[in-house]
Design a protein. Structure first.
Length: 126
């Protein structure tokens, strides 16, 4: 089963979203039992843990975790919230590790308004 979630700025706040629904609580495990990351990691933690400089330039970093496998795609994002340390991320299930670009493309198609507001093209990093 393919599934995509989005964490980032939308409708005035940073929340976790799935298609057609917003989760105003910040507990990803309530949305997706077994989800491998905490809200603290979604909210810029994956970027800072990876020592990725806070530069809004379209670079998309990734990691994976969990069983079944979740792929995480995250980037510094000032397209909605202009404050320092603002980030966005897609969290995708239903793809193999080797299908990272396809998984990112899938999430992008599920959340087209997030993609449309970006000032830079999103480019998946190796």
């Amino acid at each position: 089963m393919k599934r995509a979630l989005y964490f980032g700025y939308k409708n005035g706040g940073h929340f976790l979203y799935s298609p057609g629904m917003v989760y105003e609580y910040l507990e990803p495990q309530r949305v997706a039992p077994g989800f491998p990351w905490t809200i603290w990691l979604l909210d810029s933690g994956l970027l800072t843990n990876g020592k990725h400089a806070d530069t809004y330039d379209g670079r998309v970093f990734w990691t994976c975790g969990g069983t079944p496998l979740w792929l995480a795609f995250f980037w510094w994002d000032r397209s909605g919230d202009k404050r320092v340390a603002s980030n966005s991320g897609f969290y995708v299930q239903g793809f193999e590790l080797s299908d990272r670009q396809a998984a990112l493309d899938y999430a992008s198609s599920i959340f087209p308004t997030v993609i449309a507001r970006q000032l830079y093209p999103l480019v998946l990093q190796p």
